[in-house]
Design a protein around this ligand. Structure first.
Ligand SMILES: Nc1ncnc2c1ncn2[C@@H]1O[C@H](COP(=O)(O)OP(=O)(O)OP(=O)(O)O)[C@@H](O)[C@H]1O
Length: 320
């Protein structure tokens, strides 16, 4: 049995909407999640992705016991989340990138102390964990700063420490790198990788940033309109969708279309050229070949976004 088991999960919401041309509001049913079945084993790092409104947050809320499913079954660490939310709370950690679970006006230190009391974490264990996370997340100097004065990146690191102080075996992350700069994103990903490697923590993360998935997850589950449309590797997803990344090169001088192995030149505008390569492939050999053969003034890589990947998945799907 997997650590997280979801079977035929469905969740609907009843909303009151005014029908076109009518003054009266009518009840309509919105299907947020349907026919969802998957299992996640202990120690996995799984990306849970999909376009806006696909049903990701609704799934996470059901997995954490905040929302009750309309039908279907969920078992997390052997527990039904909506029936045993308090028992489960000790075994899971949750981080929402757009919200904080820290006390806004209190120094970070006080939030951590309060969490120890709420979760009744063994004081010695709490101290050891706190010392470790303060160091790994570089939070030591910020302990006396009120949360409202922290930068987004600092606040996110505080939230991650807060979610982990009670030693959860599962960590759910909802858009953990949203709004962070490249350096902060990199550090956060490195921390999560180490957490999984050293403590065996199971991670499930929703994100719009495919680089989060690339850095962290061997497996990705794609949901669209409430239904699971893919479960496999990111490379497999790119392959099925035929998505590509683009290398934008500014040459010192105008030149005929660039010719390098592993990429196809799609567009030339003065000294700027656009090369495309399969998203599952590394851009490093292409960049190295470019630098060796051309006078490159500047270069950037554009990743496909999740919406593109999913659109391409459909456009290539066999019909019937
Ligand atoms: N409390 C609610 N009442 C009514 N409809 C809701 C409620 N919560 C979610 N929905 C609807 O359910 C669907 C799925 O929403 P959900 O927030 O789970 O998507 P999401 O994939 O997390 O989107 P995003 O990436 O934008 O956060 C949407 O159509 C949304 O409008």
């Amino acid at each position: 049995m997997s650590l997280i088991e979801v079977t035929d999960l469905r969740r609907t919401f009843t909303v009151r909407r005014r029908a076109e041309g009518s003054r009266r509001k009518q009840r309509t049913e919105v299907v947020a999640v349907q026919d969802l079945t998957f299992g996640i084993d202990a120690g996995e790092m799984v990306g849970y992705i999909g376009p806006n409104g696909a049903g990701k947050s609704t799934t996470i809320k059901m997995l954490t016991g905040i929302l009750v499913p309309t039908s279907g079954r969920i078992s997390v660490a052997g527990v039904d989340p909506s029936r045993n939310r308090t028992t489960l709370a000790r075994r899971i950690g949750v981080v929402f990138g757009q919200r904080t679970s820290l006390w806004w006006d209190l120094p970070l230190r006080d939030s951590f102390d309060l969490l120890q009391k709420i979760y009744r974490t063994d004081p010695a264990r709490h101290r050891t964990n706190l010392a470790e996370f303060l160091e790994l997340l570089d939070l030591g100097e910020l302990l006396d700063t009120p949360v409202r004065q922290l930068s987004l990146g600092q606040r996110m690191r505080g939230d991650i420490a807060a979610a982990l102080l009670h030693d959860p075996e599962i960590l759910y992350l909802d858009e953990p790198t949203i709004g962070l700069d490249v350096v902060s994103k990199g550090r956060l990903r490195e921390f999560l990788r180490a957490l999984n490697r050293e403590r065996g923590t199971t991670l499930m993360l929703t994100t719009h940033d495919l680089q989060d998935i690339e850095a962290l997850c061997r497996r990705v589950i794609v949901i669209d309109h409430g239904t699971q449309v893919y479960d496999g590797t990111l490379a497999g997803l790119h392959e099925r969708g035929g998505s590509h990344r683009t290398v934008v090169v500014d040459l010192v001088d105008e030149a005929p279309p660039i010719s390098v192995a592993g990429a196809v030149t799609r567009r030339v505008e003065g000294p700027r050229q656009w090369l495309s390569l399969p998203a599952g492939a590394s851009a490093a050999p292409v960049v190295a070949a470019l630098a060796a053969s051309y006078d490159v003034a500047d270069l950037s890589i554009q990743e496909p976004d999740i919406e593109d990947v999913i659109r391409e998945l459909y456009s290539r799907a066999p019909s019937g």
